[in-house]
Design a protein around this ligand. Sequence first.
Ligand SMILES: C[S@@+](CC[C@H](N)C(=O)[O-])C[C@H]1O[C@@H](n2cnc3c(N)ncnc32)[C@H](O)[C@@H]1O
Length: 206
Amino acid sequence: MRKSDWRDFHEKYHSTSYLRKIDRSHAPLRLMISEEASKVGKSILDVGCLSCIDYPIHQNSNLDYTGVDVAPKFLAHAKKLYPGIDARLGDILDLPFHDLSFDTAYSKDVVEMLPPGEWKQAVKELWRVSRKLMMIAFCEPPWDAPTNHSITRRGKLICWVNRYNKPDFVEYLKALPCLVSLEVREPIKSLTGRDLALYIVRKKNG
Ligand SMILES: C[S@@+](CC[C@H](N)C(=O)[O-])C[C@H]1O[C@@H](n2cnc3c(N)ncnc32)[C@H](O)[C@@H]1O
């Protein structure tokens, strides 16, 4: 699979209701993200937002929501479900926003699905546009595999699913400019028993 194919993957292979049915299984993690964001400010950016599944949760938390995704089909669906929503086309590797545009920028279940080698640029972009808080959530968390930079497997379908080398990932986060703290919450159990993880990274600009 070539790199560029991944950007079309969800658009090509999933229906617009993708992940909506199993939304509840990741609810504890989704709620945690919203709760942390509402502690630091009002604006929140959701990168790789799909059809903006998290939007109602953030609305409940009184947050000003912006979603970004590379898949136009899901953005169109989000706009149908939530008229007036700010949902835009964009790539996590080159986000269409100025520096420090959002109190919180986060991405859930996206970074581990980028082609190997691209995660650093994704982190860099999330960090650049966030003012106070960056969160990265994983359904395939980085793991302690010191000899491997990434383990890639093809799931039932043909997309990338990477398990990144955890020490490398943590080291990269700790070296980010203006970092205040890094907190790793794991495992966070999904309602189906899957181990999820949330990396919470705080920034000095706050
Ligand atoms: C597994 S889904 C996760 C959706 C959502 N964050 C959630 O947890 O419900 C991955 C999403 O990332 C998007 N995506 C993939 N590559 C991307 C990229 N380079 N930039 C932005 N979004 C991307 C896909 O289109 C898809 O919507």
